[in-house]
Design a protein around this ligand. Sequence first.
Ligand SMILES: C[S@@+](CC[C@H](N)C(=O)[O-])C[C@H]1O[C@@H](n2cnc3c(N)ncnc32)[C@H](O)[C@@H]1O
Length: 296
Amino acid sequence: MNGHDPVLLDEVLEGLAPATGEHLLDLTLGRGGHARRILEATAPDGRLTGVDRDPQAHAWSADELPGDRIELIHGNFGDLPDLRQRIGSGTWDLVLADLGVSSPQIDEGDRGFSFRFDGPLDMRMDPTRGETAAQLVASSTEEQLQNLIGQLGEDRHARKIAAAIVRARAVEPITTTARLASVIRDAVPVARGNHLDAATRTFQALRISVNGELEALQHLLDRIGNLLSPAGRLAIISYHSLEDRKVKERFRTLAREGDHQLLTTRPVRPSDQEIRRNPRSRSARMRIIQRLGGSA
Ligand SMILES: C[S@@+](CC[C@H](N)C(=O)[O-])C[C@H]1O[C@@H](n2cnc3c(N)ncnc32)[C@H](O)[C@@H]1O
């Protein structure tokens, strides 16, 4: 998730096996860390279509990528008909989706993703549209908050946290990351030996909900076959068990239907060494599928 340290980079290169002249569709360009290495492997004439719903991603990645071989597009893979109008109706040899947020998104306090920095409670990957986390926190019922934090955050303290949020917002609307984090920390007992900040899971749940991440993934999975060329490979890196389950089920169905084969039967996980170097990689799971046909 860091431009200089893309998650599962060696495994992506090995699994997708990019070859000279192949075209890549990177649906989650971020800082272009994976894309840059894949472009090196497809040189001299392999091309990249790089998509990200965050308009800033293009600024982060453009300097890293060879300008004459790339096309960068602002769009959401959860709205493929709209995206198709800009990426065209073709197919790609290589497709990559490295889900979730990027390090620059987390590390810029004013984007509102992180409880480590104070900022407006926003969390939209695409700040040009949609509801912010502050609006979600203000408009949800206690039960909705509890379900969200329990299901998307997998937090066993969901009930307590939801109740604390509802009490706090009755005093004053919760509009900053620091205030939300302090409400959560006050509500949850600190477990000995637990290195996770008490706010981590609630922030994750709000982010997934604000950005409709599970819905976007499902939309993509339902239409994925149309993006791959014959013998094309598709890798998806997910960071949440609910995402990985969706990918696993859809890939199995595609393989059963006979047009695709699984290149991974189990999810590929980061090595201990990678997790030590980049703790944000710890929950990553990658699965790869190949469309049949062509010469491969
Ligand atoms: C984990 S980062 C990708 C990092 C990238 N692989 C790299 O090496 O720099 C995920 C990126 O995907 C983008 N993203 C997440 N969901 C998206 C969606 N539905 N459509 C388009 N981009 C999305 C985010 O804005 C973020 O920049």
